[in-house]
Design a protein around this ligand. Sequence first.
Ligand code: ADP
Ligand code: MG
Length: 732
Amino acid sequence: MADINDRLTSVVGGRTAKALSESFGMKTVADLLDHIPRRYVRRGELTDLDSLRVDEHVTVMAQIDGVKLIPFRGSRNRTRIEAVVTDGTAKLNLTFFNQPWRVKDLVPGRRALFTGKVGTFRGKRQLAHPDYLLLPADGDTGDIARMFAGSLVAVYPATARVSSLTIMRTVDLVLAGLGDVPDPVPDAIRAKHGLLPLREALEGIHKPYTDAEVAAARRRLKYDEAFVLQAVLAQRRLHTESLSATPRPATEDGLLAAFDAKLPFELTAGQLEVGDVVRRGLACFYPMHRLLQGDVGSGKTVVALRAMLQVVDDGGQAAMLAPTEVLAQQHYRSLLDFLGPLAGGGMLGGSDKATRVALLTGSLSAAARKQALLDIASGAAGIAVGTHALLQDKVQFADLGLIVVDEQHRFGVEQRSALLDRVSGERPHLLVMTATPIPRTVAMTVFGDLETSTLRERPAGLQVIETHVVGEIDQPSHLERVWLRAAEEVRSGQRVFVVCPRIDDTGQAEDLQDEEGDPDAERPSLRTVVETLAALKDGPLSGCRIAALHGRLPSDEKDAVMRRFGAERGAADALDVVVATTVIEVGVDIAQASTMVIMDADRFGVSQLHQLRGRVGRRGQPGLCLLVTRSEPGSPARERLEAVAATSDGFELARIDLQQRREGDVLGTAQSGLRSSLRLLSVLRDEDVIQDARRDASEVLQKSPDLAAHQALLAAISRFQSEDRAEYLDKT
Ligand code: ADP
Ligand code: MG
């Protein structure tokens, strides 16, 4: 009897094993049985042959209608078979060269499964050299009869080299010779959810008798995917708890207390609650790994700053990583603003509790860089803010106790792991912040090794941003009014952002979410920063001080533009209008910006639009966002924009966004390993399954951290980890 972990080479023929390995990467029996049928055909139910398209790989059930053996003239050994199959109405030609013996098989009236690539010959569709499997005749016994025992016949994802029929034959052979299948899911859990034993589920998915059997098998196998994944994540969480970190308990009268005492606003209930959880996490002997999600403007920065101050109070240091230089600058300035004299450590007028904040980015002058590195190494700087320049080996911290990663979705998971890996000895605590609300299911999978906190409310005084959709084609006069309004805002002392999807005609779109759409669709060329800037300068905004901002500018120029845009109105070099790409999306905070105009807004994702508009109307002023589009009224694109205009709830918008995106987009390329390992489970739709599995897996690991009594689960986990599918987890 074969075992599920046996190599395919020892169970099936060498050629088949090689083809399966090269086409699908299958190495073991388990890999083969993981190959789930794409669909099923009903035994004897003929396939509609009219529906077949040229160039498609097809698997069809058809009846043989006629067959002719045609010898080539002049050569006795060379022949051609021309057969015709039918579904009762439409017909399809089959051709075989030099295989005269097949005439015996292709008896008119018999039915068979045929598989191959649809081609054409003399204007008619045909299959050349199809693989086929005859349905058993009455009274037949043996292999074929066994293969067709059920009324459903599995059709597998196949390649030109390995047909669905080959896979079907191989699976049949393997299942027939398979011994006991150890079940990774403990009996009690299986019973609790009414799930089939694994062996039955494998039979049910590959060789079902009824649709109900398929459904029950899928339910079981889907649960398995969730369960093994969650077991891996639970193991990682346990592992984190087994690492040691320096506890950084809060002190009574340190920097944090001084900061809280002079905070100009009341913390929201959510900020207090999350603050509490973080405070306790930092006081633990193992590293805190926490994800903090909160909509744009929900006040994450204060939460992070308070955590950093707690660590500084304890003699440690905190590093805050931002995805871009602009954002690092911005954080640096807002931390200095928040801290005031508390950031004046070692300086005249600094408070006696004060620390110092160092900024480290790639574009510092040599002298500034040297000073920052010194302050970080000596510990004089309690807080270091920077881009990934902070990750370089040259940066030595005196005592790094906490890493804050802002806007995680922009920060490569690899960079996050690089950061943790390079810290030798005790692990720092980790706080990851994101403004893109992550659906619970994704949080439980992709970020499943992090504990999660959420800020749901916005601080009082933060305005909702009034949002309108402007149809360029159907409401041309509205577009004129957009620019009149922008000019008016500038006259009253406000700042205006104009966002375009592209820098110029040559460049790639900067970061569009829906770019993969239909590549062949006829699309008007997208608005560019360069063209829009020129048009506004010489047109409706001719009186305004206006500049461009995009990712291709050198970083000192970007910083200068941001600084001028945020400068006092009276300043000689102040800017009124910035025409930008999405470089401004993440976290940029310009107090005076009241208005944002987004060109070709339909080309951005829903969540992205929400992030973008979060840049205006901060600090208690009303904000205005105008979504300019050339999409048709009533079109799906237009409706997405209307949805953005209608709601200000980032979580609701994230949900809408997800419904329109595919699984792969959600998991992202960094998570491609996970994507390829999930066959039945959808991280978008299977919240219940994921939740059950998470609870079950945690319980199992809680009771038996080494899984000694769960050998089958251990084997499943090591299979999961041995493949590149575990890569995404290793990075987090
Ligand atoms: P985000 O979560 O987008 O990073 P920020 O931390 O930048 O949000 O906060 C948005 C704005 O709200 C900032 O100007 C900040 O000073 C302000 N803010 C934060 N917490 C409060 C609060 N409890 N009450 C009033 N304003 C707050
Ligand atoms: Mg922020």
